[in-house]
Design a protein around this ligand. Structure first.
Ligand code: KIV
Length: 260
């Protein structure tokens, strides 16, 4: 049975951790879905891990839709959430509705995600939710603001910054978001946010107390050349793939493949 936003709320109430990962293409999304991941986020981090940009800023709405369609074709069970890229929603709630509407109509995803909280984004989230669009929020380290933040660094370290992140998460819940990503914030702050909200928190670099966890799949698989300090690598696919390709190359050059 396909995962729904209502089910994620139930998971929080029952204390069952939510498993989320990022996805950007058909093959990998199929593997992740069949492995039982609850939520697949077509995150704009694909700009970095799949397209080679140094930040998430350059990716366009059309490119996000292109990748989301590939993920949709692969996935039968996981809930698919598509990131709204930089400058596709910041201008006005009306612009956000147009962009989110395109994502929902053309990709078949279940939800969209956008970065930022109170007071900038809650009106936008409310507008999307009123139109029947499921929205996931994202606070803490918001990579689309990387230059304003001075790098991909931990957020919410001072009491004031922590209070602001808590207020943003509350505002997103009040605006109707069904879940909130908490990125790279101190674990104690993530615990406070998680206890305060009735909707699930999905942590990335936010410690063990969130209702769920997400990682950028390229980091988990050991494919990335750079990964954030909080990411855990569960496989060494970069070296595994390189070794396989080197063996193939050697066999071709030595006339061992194809076999005679
Ligand atoms: O872009 C991304 O990969 C994300 C994840 C942190 C969820 O936003």
């Amino acid at each position: 049975m396909a995962v729904t936003t209502q089910q994620l709320l139930r998971f929080k109430r029952e204390g069952r951790p939510i498993v989320a990962l990022t996805a950007w293409d058909y093959l990998l999304a199929q593997v992740l879905d069949q492995a039982g991941v609850d939520v697949l986020i077509v995150g704009d981090s694909l700009a970095m891990v799949a397209l080679g940009y140094s930040t998430t800023l350059p990716i366009t709405l059309d490119e996000m839709i292109h990748h989301a369609k590939a993920v949709r074709r692969a996935v039968q069970k996981a809930l698919i959430v598509v990131d709204m890229p930089f400058m596709s929603y910041q201008e006005s709630p009306k612009q956000a509705l147009r962009s989110a509407g395109r994502i929902m109509k053309t990709t078949g995803a279940e939800a969209v995600k956008l970065e930022g909280g109170y007071p900038e984004m809650s009106e936008t989230v409310a507008r999307l939710v009123q139109s029947g669009i499921a929205v996931m929020g994202h606070v803490g380290l918001t990579p689309q603001s990387v230059h304003q933040l001075g790098g991909f660094r931990q957020q919410g370290k001072s009491p004031e910054a922590g209070e602001r992140i808590l207020a943003e998460a509350i505002a997103l819940e009040q605006a109707g978001a069904f879940a909130v990503v908490l990125e790279h914030i101190p674990p104690e702050l993530a615990l406070r946010v998680t206890q305060k909200l009735t909707i699930p928190t999905i942590g990335i670099g936010a410690g063990p107390h969130c209702d769920g966890q997400v990682l950028v799949t390229a980091d988990l698989l050991g494919l990335s050349t750079w990964k954030p300090p909080f990411a855990k690598t569960y496989a060494d696919l970069r070296n595994t793939i390189a070794a396989a390709v080197q063996t193939y190359a050697q066999e071709v050059r030595e006339h061992q493949f194809p076999a005679k």
